[in-house]
Design a protein around this ligand. Structure first.
Ligand code: GAP
Length: 501
């Protein structure tokens, strides 16, 4: 069995594969691209839809306690005052006055270069998979370049949010290598602003939503009043979110326009929120493994109290082992009654829920599982990529879950110059096409056609051959094992259906 590729150039390999096979493109490429924005090509759009459909099916259609919502991207601007985003949705920004580069202070690391107990200078590095090693190498290089004798201590990295004013003056900019050009960190609000209507003044300012969650909170009352929901219940939403990230990076991992899938799960203030929080974490991990992300690549990270978001009582992130390090895939926050209380206070509208059983009125608390579609797609691609040697040749395949694979079946007539055979293949293709995303390919040697499908993760290839004309069956080749078996159309359809639920 082929193993997941573990080399550090996996990201490069995936970016190239995504471009070559029409999965993901840099946005506005003909104008040299725009940083932090990506477009999804014919296969990418299918994969994204499959992720969203699987989530909607599993968390909305197949549950009695969760309903859906589709709110606007632009809300009344007061929403963001009430939610705390205008005041708190900020990242610490550091400028390099010489190069005009901008850095997130918590991603820009530095360390003093200590030789024989005395500080000889400073080194800096942008956060990477091994920041400490990068700083250590820079310190060694500094010592060599300056010809300083003595023993160099191991570096102790800190990030720029912890630097004193004296240190900031001495830390070199990663862009120029020279000290003196970095500014102290300042708060930078990540919301994109726009104006609504013809006027362009303070009164017309509005924001592109930085999360889909607030659309749920401002509709909570509508849903309670009309949805016949009873606590505990959830509201789910999928939609675009926008963040003016200081440093978008790692392909679609951190972009400026992305899509979120969020649930606000409302519970009684008296419920055991820690228990429900844990249940959501476990369910989410199971969901990830169900769509093809090996649990061994997942882990959990509990946010320390002092670093919690402004709304959170406790947050646990589900982390994924990306090639560039272990990073957040999904955040599961216990938001208490923060948001509904804020909206009640600012709007003057009651957000209370009347509980018939206890005859009590209260503002519900909420658990929020929140994830990004694009980030999950990247995790799926990283987890699925396989290379192996077959008969002296490299075989590349994506071990995608059939639910996520952009093409479910490729129909291949063995040869294209035998009309009955082509007719039979076309008929099979037509029947499959009514139910699934399928692909018809009659060009080139059948081995080459298999490889093309392997590379985009098509789980099955159905080859119509000479025997098919006699028996009515065709060859079904499994992507992962490359094993072939003969099947008729009814059995094949049933097998596909069984793998897509
Ligand atoms: N409503 C809570 C919230 O938005 P978050 O941790 O800021 O929490 C939730 O975001 C998820 O959205 C993250 O776990 C990640 O999957 C995704 N996400 C956040 N920022 C992103 C970005 N710049 N690019 C891609 N995905 C992002």
């Amino acid at each position: 069995m082929a193993k997941a590729k573990e080399t550090e150039n996996l990201m490069e390999t995936l970016v190239t594969l995504c471009k070559r096979r029409g999965i993901i493109f840099q946005s506005s490429e003909i104008y040299s691209g725009i940083n932090g924005f990506y477009d999804y090509g014919p296969l990418g759009v299918e994969m994204r839809r499959n992720i969203k459909n699987a989530w909607w099916q599993d968390f909305v259609h197949r549950r009695d306690d969760i309903v859906g919502l589709d709110s606007t991207i632009i809300h009344h601007p007061t929403t963001w005052k009430a939610s705390g985003h205008i005041d708190n949705f900020t990242d610490p920004l550091v400028d390099c006055k010489v190069s005009k580069q901008r850095y997130r202070a918590d991603q820009l690391f530095f360390a003093p270069i200590v030789i024989d107990g005395a500080t000889a200078g400073y080194v800096s590095a942008i956060e990477s998979e091994d920041t400490e090693q990068a700083l250590q190498s820079a310190a060694e290089k500094f010592k060599r370049r300056k010809g300083i004798q003595g023993s160099l201590e191991a570096v102790t990295p800190r990030d720029m949010t912890e630097a004193t004013a004296e240190e900031i003056a001495l830390i070199p900019s990663p862009a120029t290598g020279e000290p003196g050009s970095l500014t102290p960190p300042r708060s930078f609000n990540m919301m994109f602003q726009t104006h609504v209507g013809a006027l362009r003044d303070e009164s017309s300012v509005a924001y592109l939503r930085p999360e889909t969650a607030q659309g749920i909170f401002i509709n909570y009352k509508n849903i309670v009043d009309t949805g016949r929901v009873k606590l505990p219940f959830g509201i789910a939403q999928i939609g675009k979110a926008f963040r003016n990230e200081i440093n978008p990076r790692n392909f679609i991992f951190r972009s400026r326009e992305f899509e979120q899938m969020e649930i606000e799960y409302f519970i009684s203030p008296e419920a055991d929120w820690q228990k429900i929080h844990r249940e959501w974490i476990d369910q989410s991990r199971r969901w990830f493994t169900g769509i093809g992300i090996d649990d061994a690549l997942l882990s959990e990270y509990e946010h320390p109290r002092e670093k919690l978001s402004h709304y959170s009582k406790g947050t646990i992130d589900i982390m994924f082992k990306f090639p560039f390090g272990v990073q957040e895939l999904q955040g599961i926050a216990a938001r208490g009654d923060y948001d509904l209380t804020q909206h009640q206070e600012v709007s003057g509208k009651s957000m209370e829920y009347f509980d018939e059983a206890s005859r009590k009125r209260f503002i519900p608390h909420v658990i929020e599982p929140s994830m990004g579609v694009d980030r999950i797609l990247l995790a799926i691609l990283c987890a699925a990529y396989r290379e192996e040697e077959v008969e002296g040749e490299k075989r590349v395949y994506l071990r995608l879950s059939p639910r996520i694979a952009p093409v479910k079946v490729a129909v291949l007539p063995l040869v294209k110059n035998k009309p009955e055979l082509v007719e039979m293949a076309r008929k099979l293709y037509g029947n499959l096409q009514r139910r699934h995303a399928v692909f018809y390919d009659e060009s080139g040697a059948v081995g080459r056609r298999y490889r093309r499908q392997d590379e985009i993760g098509t789980p099955w290839c159905a080859t119509v051959d000479f025997d098919s004309l006699e028996s009515g069956t065709f060859t079904v080749r499994d992507r992962d094992t490359m094993e072939q078996s003969r099947m008729n159309e009814t059995d094949f359809m049933a097998m596909i259906d069984g793998n897509l639920t």
